[in-house]
Design a protein around this ligand. Sequence first.
Ligand SMILES: NC(=O)c1ccc[n+]([C@@H]2O[C@H](COP(=O)([O-])OP(=O)(O)OC[C@H]3O[C@@H](n4cnc5c(N)ncnc54)[C@H](OP(=O)(O)O)[C@@H]3O)[C@@H](O)[C@H]2O)c1
Length: 262
Amino acid sequence: MISTTQQGRFVGKAAVVTGGSRGIGAAVARRLAAEGAAVAIGYRGNQEAADALVAELAAMGGQAIAVQADVADPGQTAALIERTVVEFGHLDVVASCAGVEHFGALETITPADFDRVFTVNTRGQLFTVQHAVPHLPAGGRIVLTSSVSASKAVFHHALYAASKAAVESMVLNLSAELGTRGIAINAIAPGGTNTDMAAENAQRYVHPDLAGTQEPARLLGTRYALRRLAEPEEVAAGYAFLASEDAAYMTGRTLRLDGGAF
Ligand SMILES: NC(=O)c1ccc[n+]([C@@H]2O[C@H](COP(=O)([O-])OP(=O)(O)OC[C@H]3O[C@@H](n4cnc5c(N)ncnc54)[C@H](OP(=O)(O)O)[C@@H]3O)[C@@H](O)[C@H]2O)c1
């Protein structure tokens, strides 16, 4: 277990983490808190997990709150940001981790599927940035979430992959705009990471010709130089780097944290 430290890079900082109740976002919240940040954990529906994480961080001496906020609704995102600022008095770091998966052959994709995936993965991240920026000081840092899928072809994955590729372009272009305010914006593109999302979808990443031939996570691992999926904590370390002064001269970039995916 990580214990909070007064020596951390985020002592005196306040952070908001969307999608913070589970998976990568929860690991990011733990890591930022362990390095001293006060953390607002945004979640969509899983209040139990969010509250348990708040209790866990408080037990370690951290400061955390859980706030229900569906990033598909910009009004709820705005309320999450406002609540964070009211609670902690300032906002320094934004980690946008909320996301949803989609697999489906071209002919099966509906306009409703398109809207659901882009509304959360793309539109949701843009409005998180829009609502946070007025509160961020010079030196504020934003980390969005892409995916290795943005730059790798996978069967039946066009919709999800495109929603994430758009995020990389968003980060690149917003960096110029936000640079004038001294705010940095980058993204992490994780490879396969051991979370609920991966557990639910691992078999779909396997090419249909190989379906059923081997255990999906093992087969998937063969597509990574490190021969395994990431643990959420390993990916969270990348978010903490981009959210910290260690990345002071980095903006507009997407960091591939993908175990050497090929
Ligand atoms: N796992 C991977 O292999 C992988 C690889 C590349 C990229 N990613 C990306 O990394 C991010 C985190 O993925 P994960 O694997 O940790 O996913 P996960 O285990 O499915 O957790 C998803 C998190 O996002 C929240 N969320 C989902 N829709 C939301 C919405 N509309 N509004 C607010 N919160 C919402 C969930 O909240 P509730 O708990 O309340 O449902 C949960 O906290 C996503 O953007 C995903 O696309 C994941």
